[in-house]
Write a protein that binds this ligand. Structure first.
Ligand SMILES: Nc1ncnc2c1ncn2[C@@H]1O[C@H](COP(=O)(O)OP(=O)(O)OP(=O)(O)O)[C@@H](O)[C@H]1O
Ligand SMILES: [Mg+2]
Length: 386
């Protein structure tokens, strides 16, 4: 049973916790879940629900807390926004009732619906419109004006968090779109141009075959070389285009797969030094970012380094220590033209709370090293003790 936070300072604390939890949510769904559970706990309501409004002003999604999901399923179709819930939609202001069934708009409950008495509802406004309504029901002693204030504050925080989550979702979509545009532009300017001039070169070679076989031969050699180059370039693109693919198979297999793709692409087999139990010890949440970082490092080595040896090392003795090293031509910090690749690596490292170290010098290869301190890397040790 929920215990309502009794004193004002306790309640302020709990509201501050809710605000912090909401501010950290990146998806709308997790904002909704967080607001539901905090609203229920803060007020001591037995049940909490949240109705998201559709374009037609009716409830499009209905989330609940406090009732086992089998029971929710037995009740049948969720409310669409008639009865007292419709009252809140028509007049989006807090509504506090001692007995919801006594309200003039009350339309009665479906057969399997648990009895509900006291009621507190509040609209969640986001981005200038009413996003949905929060409903709390069945507090044994009834809801008081403090509960109402608390829920209004929480609803305002939820509205801001939803707007935030929607914006960051859009930004992520834009980033994906951006990346697609970049790739199609690069394909167009790069490999397609290559293939085009290759076709012209071969046409010219055909005319030379009879009159100057030696020059025709040389042209054909050039064409074969250009084809090899085009294949390498295309493989490099494929390598960049399949991020989720590798992430879904776990870190060890993901790295092995990246190494294999690198070999196909650059004709050098990277050396892998990874602890055998890496998948059991590395927090899963880190895997997609770490693989994306390794992928970009390898793609840089393939594109720029002309290396004969490449190594990927992972250490888990103290936090996470990851490095990708090559013995290729390196670069000098002064002349470096940072592209998106290194910028992306830096951003991911920052998000992971990792220290990033990129060392390179002309003729001396390149080392990219990432260290995630134990506290930022999460609970690999706790998992081991279980
Ligand atoms: N392993 C490496 N060996 C040699 N040069 C490298 C290596 N890694 C990076 N570089 C140099 O650093 C530059 C910036 O790398 P970055 O990944 O940011 O951009 P890019 O690979 O040129 O383009 P993008 O990643 O946006 O497709 C490269 O252009 C290259 O000159
Ligand atoms: Mg790059």
């Amino acid at each position: 049973m929920n215990e309502r936070t009794e004193t004002a300072p306790e309640r302020l604390d709990a509201l501050a916790d809710a605000a912090a939890a909401l501010a950290g949510e990146l998806s709308v769904d997790s904002v909704l879940e967080t607001v539901l559970s905090h609203a229920r706990r803060l007020t001591g309501a037995r049940y909490a629900a949240l109705g998201v409004l559709g374009e037609d002003g009716l409830i499009e999604r209905f989330l609940t807390e406090g009732l086992p999901s089998e029971h929710v399923a037995r009740i049948g179709a969720p409310p669409s926004g008639k009865g007292v819930l419709g009252e809140l939609i028509r007049d989006p202001r807090a509504l506090r009732l001692d007995d919801v069934t006594a309200h003039p708009a009350a339309a009665g409950f479906p057969a399997e619906h648990p009895p509900m008495g006291s009621f507190l509802g509040a609209p969640i406004r986001s981005g200038g419109t009413v996003y949905g309504n929060l409903y709390l029901t069945d507090k044994p002693a009834g809801f008081d004006v403090d509960d109402e204030r608390t829920v209004l504050v929480l609803a305002a925080q939820a509205g801001a968090a939803i707007e935030n989550a929607v914006l960051s979702q859009r930004l992520r979509e834009l980033a994906v779109q951006d990346e697609r545009d970049r790739i199609s532009r690069e394909l167009h300017d790069g490999v397609i141009q290559t293939l085009f001039s290759l076709g012209m070169g071969l046409d010219a070679a055909r005319e030379l075959v009879a009159v100057d076989p030696a020059r025709a031969d040389a042209r054909i050699d050039e064409a074969v070389e250009a084809i090899d180059g085009a294949i390498r370039e295309l493989r490099n693109f494929i390598f960049q285009l399949r991020p989720e693919h590798a992430a879904s198979m776990g870190f060890a297999r993901g790295l092995t797969e990246l190494a294999r793709e690198y070999e196909v692409n650059a004709l050098v087999r990277p050396r892998l030094e990874i602890p055998t139990d890496v998948d059991a010890r590395l927090p899963e949440a880190l895997v997609p970012d770490l693989l994306a970082i390794v992928r970009e490092a390898l793609s840089n080595t393939a594109k720029h380094a002309r290396a004969s040896e490449v190594s990927i090392r992972v250490g888990l003795a103290d936090g996470v220590d990851l490095s990708v090293t090559d013995d290729g031509m390196g670069f000098s910090g002064d002349t470096l033209q940072a592209g998106r690749g290194l910028e992306n690596i830096r951003e991911r490292a920052r998000a992971l709370g990792a220290d990033l170290d990129l060392r390179s010098a002309p003729g001396e290869g390149t080392e990219l090293r990432l260290a995630i301190p134990r506290h930022a890397a999460g609970s690999e040790d706790e998992e081991e003790q279980v």
